[in-house]
Design a protein around this ligand. Sequence first.
Ligand code: RB5
Length: 146
Amino acid sequence: MSTVIIGSDHAGFALKEYLKDHLAAKGYEVEDMGTDSTASCDYPEYAYKVCERALVTGSLGVLICGTGVGMSMSANRVAGIRAALCTNEYLARMTRKHNNANILCLGERVLGQGAAAAIADVFLETAFEGGRHQRRIDLMDSVCGR
Ligand code: RB5
């Protein structure tokens, strides 16, 4: 089964712990990059740890903070990362199919646990469609990265 890299700040810690159990029960190998408690910490540190590990292993990652916004902003600064903040299953499906997103961002203060788990399931189970979508992803670097 696939490996999933997961991380959060303090505001995403409880949802991270819930998703770890949920994903492990579905057969995923889950690598937890922290944080390890609800003690206040800084989300960019964990965004970087998860992104670096996801790139090295070629795995998908999940990042959780209070809103999901700080994690998505931080993760999208890392070269090679396409992080998507998703609040529903449609976004999770389409960002895998069209954007080949490799990091899912979630907000613990935005989503219930059941909704977050359903979004993560769809994200992890959906494949990239390639084709014209790859051309557009290549343009992210050549046009937006210039
Ligand atoms: C922490 O209070 C909160 O700012 C953080 O988890 C996140 O929501 C930032 O975008």
